[in-house]
Every structure is written in structure tokens, then in C-alpha cells.
Ligand binder design. Structure first.
Ligand SMILES: Cc1cc2nc3c(=O)[nH]c(=O)nc-3n(C[C@H](O)[C@H](O)[C@H](O)COP(=O)(O)OP(=O)(O)OC[C@H]3O[C@@H](n4cnc5c(N)ncnc54)[C@H](O)[C@@H]3O)c2cc1C
Length: 382
């Protein structure tokens, strides 16, 4: 059983694309990962190489410079980034191209023509800035404000934990345009990184995903034209809620990829290492643990494939995407933990890929909405 066998929703085109991604990661990511982990951020050239290889913004239609693939192509990138231990370390960062979906969904013709081709080619790196020091799960509590000043908005506020914040050229910023209206007072405004008053902190130090930068962003009297609004004023919260299922499916896909990688790496390890005169694999406990993991993978893949067939039909359901993110990231957590255990002390050492998978996996239950927020989303449908 492997991640690319017996998949019921991917076709030949998807299978071919999986091989393209795998080759790309092996050629351009694996040789650089240790340096990028030390720097805390990949080289910008990585995006241009990814663009040239055709793996960014794969869902963007041809008229805006993309290949016009279905969303399953995008999900494949997430699966493969999870499956490649170096990919799990950089994942969130390269995956930020998915935010092009916001521009595609509600951008004006001019915004789409200006930004989408540059995102697909890797010339422009995106970030999405929702979270603030005092508002994460509770997005309605954000304080960053955008007020009218003639034909402009003036933005003030602080964002934190922003993926690719250190290198982004264009930031989609969730702002309060009318603080009296709660969710209906939130708007999404695009800020170019060279705008006066915008600045960024250093990449924050994290337990894992060390080659994906996570940064604080500061907005002090940042003036942008009112035409930088994405969608209608006051419709930012609705936009986030309608686009979040895609992000959640991508995180679920990464979790599935990581769980497969952990299983395969561990199977190889236990068949090689000996204790008490036997291979670790030969202990019944080892086989029971791996049998449970294999079953988890089979169950998770079957559910995820059913979600993929909905995505292929253009259905991005809030409840199902929450279920996929909740179950697959919790399954991944069980799997990577058990796999570290089967490695013994080696599992705690960075030089063993299982260690990288373990620390990268921890964030999957937190960002894009925590497991608790997923349970709340599912709970609302009861
Ligand atoms: C590596 C990394 C990358 C990130 N990238 C981005 C990014 O690019 N853009 C961006 O905007 N944000 C990003 N984030 C932020 C991320 O989305 C938030 O950290 C996440 O949504 C949780 O918010 P919080 O940290 O404020 O936790 P809190 O909301 O303070 O939650 C703390 C705990 O309380 C629980 N909790 C909260 N509310 C409830 C409730 N109603 N019922 C039960 N339990 C509850 C949570 O589940 C959690 O366990 C990133 C974070 C990290 C660590």
C-alpha cells in the first residue's frame, strides 16, 4: 500500500503531475533543505523554479497565466509536500500560492490580470494576514483597522504568525473597515510589501517546519488605494469562510502525505534494526502498531478520496473539509508519534527524517483552524 496506489479520484493526468512534483522536490528542495532550515526561509529562486516547473497556482485558469487544472492538482502538491520529509519542513511556505484562490474568487478583472500570472510564475510571493497577537481562532476579534481617507485606505495594526511574511510581495490583510459591525465589518485589503509604513519582524523561531518562515507584520499609517480592496467592503469574513475549506483540505492532504511517509520510513527502519537478537519488526508489538497505522491510512485515504471526488465536482463543503482536517491531522499525530517510538532514540534525532515529520506534523492540528474549531464547525451541523 502506498500513497499513489488504489487512489479512486485521481486520473492519469494527476498521476503524471505527482511525478513532476516529486522530481521537482528532489532536484530543487532536498539539496537545499538544511541551508534553508538554518536561514529559516527558502531562497526566492525556489518560487521561480517552482513556477517554471508548473507547480504553482495550478488551479488558475489559462486566461490568467495558469494551466487551468482542477483543484485536485493543487491538493496533490500538498500530499507530496507532506510525503517528502524535506517538503514537510518547507510546506506552508511554498503552499501559500493557494491564496491566489481568494483573488480568483472575488478579484476585479484588473486585479486578476495584474497578480495571478505573477503568482503562477513565482515572481510574486503571497501571504495572507488574518491572525493578530490577540485574535487567532476568534477572527472577528481582529483589531487591524482600515479607515477611508479620500480615495485611499489608511491601515494600522499588527499581524503575527504569518507564513511567508518575511518574503511576501503581496499581503492579503484582514482589516476592520467598520468596527461596529462584527464579522460584517471585516474586509480583505491587498498591501504591496513596498508600501510606506509596512514592515516585518524577523522570522520567528519554531519547533518544526523550520524552512517555512513565520513572521510578524506591522502596519503603521499604511496608505493604499481603495481599489486594493478584494471583493466588497465588509465581505472579508464571508470570503475567508468560503475559501477556508480549500486550505483545510490542503492541510488534510499534507497530513495524509506525512502519515504515509512516516509509515514507510518506519517499516524500513524496524526491518533493519535489531534488539534481543531479533529484528524490531519481529516483535508482535511492532507489527500490531504498524497494522493499526496501515489500517488508519487505508481508512483515511478512503474518506479523503471521497472528498476529492466532491472537490473535482467543485464542491468545497465546510463540514466535510472540517472533518477531513480534523480526522486526518489527528490520525497523522498518532502515526508520527508511534513511528518515533518505534525508532527509539534515533527518532528524536534530527538526522532521521521521522524527527522532521513529527515536528512538522504538530502545526497541522493548529493552523487553518485548530482541531477544536473544526469540532465546532462540525458541531454546528448537528
Ligand atoms: C507555523 C504557523 C503558521 C501560520 N500561518 C498563518 C498565516 O499564514 N496567516 C494567518 O493569518 N495565520 C497563520 N497562523 C496562525 C494560526 O492560524 C493560528 O495560530 C490558529 O488559528 C490558532 O489561533 P491562536 O494561535 O490565536 O490560538 P487561540 O485562538 O488563542 O487558541 C488557543 C487554544 O484555545 C482553543 N480555543 C479557542 N477558541 C475555542 C473555543 N471556542 N472552544 C474551544 N477551544 C477554543 C484553541 O483550539 C487552542 O487550543 C500560523 C500559525 C503558525 C504556528
Amino acid at each position: 500500500m502506498s500513497i499513489d496506489s488504489h487512489r479512486t479520484s485521481y486520473d492519469e493526468g494527476h498521476a503524471l503531475f505527482r511525478r513532476v512534483i516529486r522530481r521537482f522536490l528532489n532536484e530543487h528542495l532536498v539539496p537545499n533543505i538544511e541551508r534553508w532550515e538554518e536561514l529559516g526561509v527558502p531562497d526566492r529562486s525556489f518560487w521561480r523554479q517552482a513556477g517554471a516547473a508548473g507547480i504553482l497556482g495550478v488551479f488558475v485558469p489559462e486566461e490568467y497565466g495558469g494551466p487551468g487544472g482542477d483543484f485536485l492538482y493543487r491538493v496533490l502538491l500538498a500530499e507530496e509536500l507532506g510525503y517528502c520529509p524535506a517538503g514537510s519542513s518547507v510546506g506552508g511556505s511554498l503552499e501559500i500560492d493557494q491564496m491566489a484562490a481568494y483573488i480568483l474568487a472575488v478579484g476585479t478583472e484588473e486585479q486578476k490580470r495584474k497578480w495571478l500570472p505573477a503568482i503562477v510564475s513565482g515572481e510574486v510571493i503571497l501571504a495572507i494576514a488574518m491572525t493578530e497577537p490577540n485574535a487567532g481562532s476568534d477572527l472577528q476579534a481582529i483589531r487591524t483597522k482600515a479607515v477611508h481617507d479620500g480615495e485611499d485606505y489608511i491601515i494600522n495594526g499588527t499581524k503575527t504568525y504569518i507564513t511567508s511574511g518575511a518574503i511576501a510581495d503581496l499581503i492579503l490583510v484582514a482589516c476592520k473597515t467598520d468596527p461596529t459591525k462584527g464579522a460584517a465589518g471585516i474586509s480583505m485589503i491587498m498591501v504591496e510589501a513596498d508600501t510606506v509604513g509596512f514592515s516585518r519582524g524577523k522570522p520567528l523561531k519554531k519547533m518544526g517546519m523550520k524552512a517555512s518562515d513565520t513572521t510578524e507584520l506591522f502596519f503603521v499609517d499604511v496608505r493604499v488605494p481603495r481599489t486594493n480592496i478584494l471583493g466588497e467592503e465588509g465581505a472579508g469574513f464571508k470570503l475567508m469562510m468560503s475559501e477556508l475549506p480549500k486550505e483545510r483540505y490542503n492541510i488534510a492532504a499534507r497530513a495524509l502525505g506525512t502519515a504515509y511517509a512516516a509509515y514507510e520510513i518506519t517499516l524500513g527502519f524496524v526491518k533493519d534494526r535489531t534488539a534481543f537478537g531479533k529484528k524490531i519488526f519481529d516483535f508482535q508489538n511492532t507489527q500490531f502498531v504498524l497494522a493499526d497505522i496501515k489500517t488508519d491510512l487505508a481508512v483515511g485515504t478512503a474518506f479523503f478520496d471521497s472528498c476529492l471526488s466532491e472537490m473535482a465536482a467543485g464542491i468545497f463543503d465546510n463540514e466535510r473539509s472540517a472533518m477531513a482536517k480534523l480526522w486526518l491531522t489527528e490520525m497523522e499525530a498518532r502515526v508520527v508519534d508511534q513511528c518515533v517510538q518505534l525508532h527509539g532514540g534515533a527518532g528524536y534525532m534530527d538526522e532521521y527524517p521521522i524527527s522532521k515529520l513529527y515536528t512538522a506534523a504538530r502545526i497541522h492540528r493548529i493552523y487553518g483552524g485548530t482541531s477544536e474549531i473544526m469540532r465546532m464547525a462540525i458541531g454546528r451541523t448537528l
